[in-house]
Ligand binder design. Structure first.
Ligand code: HEC
Length: 124
């Protein structure tokens, strides 16, 4: 009887421990940006499937490092991502001033960039 109850206690402990271990660990956080939770988890806008194309078309002439007039180098994912915090004001809002000297990007493009930013600017 004594051995049996010890065994049951051990089994319960194992079960509890197992469950704790299996608890999902903040699955919804972006590993590249700890603390950021994607706001539109069903929307798949990534650097590689969308943002890169937009940056190449509208921004890279001025943001490619070296002697280019704009800051940063937007030719890589990390180069763009470190400026992501500025996008809301400079690129996405209706009175955005980027691309410099031009009208703001088409609304649907800005909406897509907004989703990318609010999903923690994923690469893939
Ligand atoms: C004609 C050149 C030109 C183009 C095209 C251009 N930019 Fe810029 N951008 C600049 C310059 C110059 C600055 C720095 C002066 C300033 O902040 O206004 C700047 C600043 C910025 C900043 C602020 C950086 C900071 O440190 O505050 C962001 C963000 C930005 N650009 C994003 C973009 C994006 C995204 C595009 C494409 C949609 C783009 N730019 C297109 C010239 C350009």
């Amino acid at each position: 009887m004594k051995i049996k109850s010890k065994l049951i206690a051990a089994l319960i402990a194992l079960l509890l421990f197992g469950c704790i271990n299996m608890a999902p660990e903040k699955l919804d956080e972006n590993p590249e940006q700890p603390g950021c939770t994607p706001q539109f988890p069903d929307m798949n806008v990534t650097y590689n499937n969308y943002v890169k194309k937009i940056i190449t078309r509208y921004c890279i002439t001025c943001h490619q490092g070296g002697n280019s007039p704009g800051p940063g180098n937007f030719s890589t994912y990390n180069g763009v991502r470190i400026y992501a915090d500025f996008f809301a004001v400079r690129v996405i809002q209706d009175r955005a001033d980027m691309p410099q000297g031009n009208a703001p990007l088409p609304k649907y493009v800005r909406d897509s960039l907004n989703i990318w930013i609010n999903n923690c600017s994923p690469e893939n």
